[in-house]
Design a protein around this ligand. Sequence first.
Ligand SMILES: [Zn+2]
Length: 229
Amino acid sequence: MRLLLFLCLLTTFGSYAQKCDFQFDITCDTSKFDFADYKDSLAFYESLFGRKKDAKIDDEKLKLAFYVALRYYPELNDANLNLNLKSINTTMQAQPKWTFIFRTKENRGYQILINRDNTINGMYYKDLSFNSLVGWIGHELAHILDYSKKDNGEMIAFIADYVTSKDRVRKTETRADKETIRHGLGIQLLDGVTFFHNSKRISHEYRERKKNYYLSPEEIVAEIKQHCD
Ligand SMILES: [Zn+2]
């Protein structure tokens, strides 16, 4: 479906509203996910993904966003993957379970951690729309897909490089953003990134630190246009 849309993200989150700073012309499917359309589908998704995708959390919106994003990554159908809440200093992070060093890459477990402490950085997952959550989780799934292609030696070298090189972080994060867009979740990613740039609750320091490593909204739109025709 081709749609011409001047995208003005005027969604209200809690007690504050996003500004309409970005106006884009996007020629591709711009439909968004609405939680109301999915909230009765949890049992369906749990039976669809079975025991290899574990989300032992109470938040149904987050759980469903995880499942909806997973449908865009059929390459991960056989991956063992958990979704967990934890107090961490970033909004979300994807990682192999530490036991990977004893296993082949085919038998590894992975996890996506979501920060559950709303006092850290001002960026709290519950403030994100359902559509944005799908986009952000889609970005984490792009990391898992990347990890799934690395053998253990490559995985260890990657981790060492990521924690010591800002250039490696930038390359890894922009690649994950592009992979998210290629998997069909560009509009969702754009929604989440636009929220990140406009939310007044997110600390200035956190925003400045993060924005150096990810695609800007303008870069996301350019990438969407490249992949949506
Ligand atoms: Zn990332």
